[in-house]
Ligand binder design. Structure first.
Ligand code: HEC
Ligand code: HEC
Length: 289
């Protein structure tokens, strides 16, 4: 009796040990590379002007509040995020919080990335681990007072930040749901295409209806304007940057096309277009274009 009990508990311990790897499943770096493209991570985290290595940071991002510099997110232990755990990474994307608990500025589009699925975060983390570490040091952001006060972001988050994911991962057979995920979560298209109030809070009632950013006007993506483009024309634009009237896409959208939309699978591009057709039509208040 005693022996069988002992064997039984040994058996359970063995099972626990054998099942362990499942609980610590590694993300899929290849899938994570695709998520990184869909999220346009490389753009804000690479200083293309001085030719720094991809993801080593230094890219200047102009905003109405000052200039942000994308940090080094390579796995370098000192200069990058090499000391982070996967949980730290998830917290950054989901909660917009540093490992020490302080807030990130929403120039890092975590208000969109918060909706990422656990699997996509895990895969993305696995991919970042495969990058060559770079010791490029981070720069201080150059922000106007009082926007430079990081703790004030806590107030901003109370007003405008809703932690995700707010919806379950899109089922594979639902292009509109997949498209919504690609546009609103990974692609963070609304960070430029949705108008903002003076505090930088998105006007969610005017979702994707166009805005004004420091670089200029951003067009309305709701059916009010996009209905004049066929699905094929829209896909062509997102794939190549060529508009139906012969115009070629300008900055900063050209970067979105290069880093993100031109890299997506045909199914994902079609899903994006399918979703854009379902966005509530809106005249657009901020930028008529
Ligand atoms: C629109 C520009 C932009 C995009 C796109 C962007 N980031 Fe960032 N990211 C930033 C900025 C700016 C910060 C710094 C925020 C701060 O200092 O509060 C940041 C911070 C981070 C940090 C924290 C680094 C640290 O040292 O604390 C991580 C991790 C990160 N981003 C990962 C990503 C990933 C992964 C993606 C793609 C899914 C991504 N970012 C896309 C602008 C961007
Ligand atoms: C960094 C800001 C920014 C982001 C992020 C962004 N866009 Fe744009 N987008 C622009 C600007 C600016 C233009 C106008 C470009 C031009 O005039 O050539 C534009 C133009 C467009 C157009 C052409 C519309 C028209 O009527 O001319 C489409 C379609 C579009 N964007 C889709 C998207 C999608 C989809 C995403 C997300 C994957 C996205 N954009 C993300 C800034 C942005």
């Amino acid at each position: 009796m005693k022996l069988s009990r002992l064997l039984h508990s040994l058996f359970l311990t063995l099972c626990a040990v054998l099942l362990q790897p499942a609980a610590f499943a590694q993300g899929d770096a290849k899938a994570g590379q695709y998520i990184a493209k869909a999220g346009g991570c490389v753009g804000c985290h690479t200083d293309t002007k001085t030719g720094s290595v991809p993801f080593a940071g230094g890219r200047a991002l102009e905003t109405p509040f000052g200039t942000f510099f994308g940090p080094n997110i390579t796995p370098d232990k000192q200069a990058g995020i090499g000391k982070w755990t996967e949980a730290d990474f998830k917290r950054a994307l989901r909660q917009g919080e540093r490992p020490d608990g302080s807030h990130y500025f929403p120039a890092f589009p975590y208000p969109s990335f918060t909706g990422m699925s656990d699997k996509d975060i895990q895969d993305l983390w696995a991919y970042l681990q495969t990058l060559p570490p770079s010791n490029r040091a981070n720069q201080e952001h150059a922000l106007r007072f009082p926007y430079s006060l990081r703790f004030l972001v806590g107030g901003w988050k109370m007003l405008f930040f809703k932690q995700g994911p707010q919806q379950a991962a899109a089922p594979a057979n639902d292009p509109v749901a997949r498209g919504a995920y690609l546009v609103n979560v990974l692609g963070h298209c609304g960070e430029c295409h949705t108008p903002r109030n003076f505090l930088g809070g998105p006007d969610t009632k005017a979702l994707l209806s166009g805005a004004v950013i420091p670089e200029g006007k951003v067009p309305n993506l709701t059916p009010t304007r996009l209905k004049k483009w066929s699905d094929a024309e829209l896909k062509e634009y997102l794939k190549t940057g060529n508009a139906p009237n012969g115009d070629v896409v300008l900055e900063p959208m050209s970067e979105v096309v290069t880093n993100t939309t031109s890299q997506l699978t045909p199914e994902d591009l079609a899903a994006m277009v399918a979703y854009l057709r379902t966005v509530p039509a809106h005249e657009g208040i901020a930028a008529k274009k």
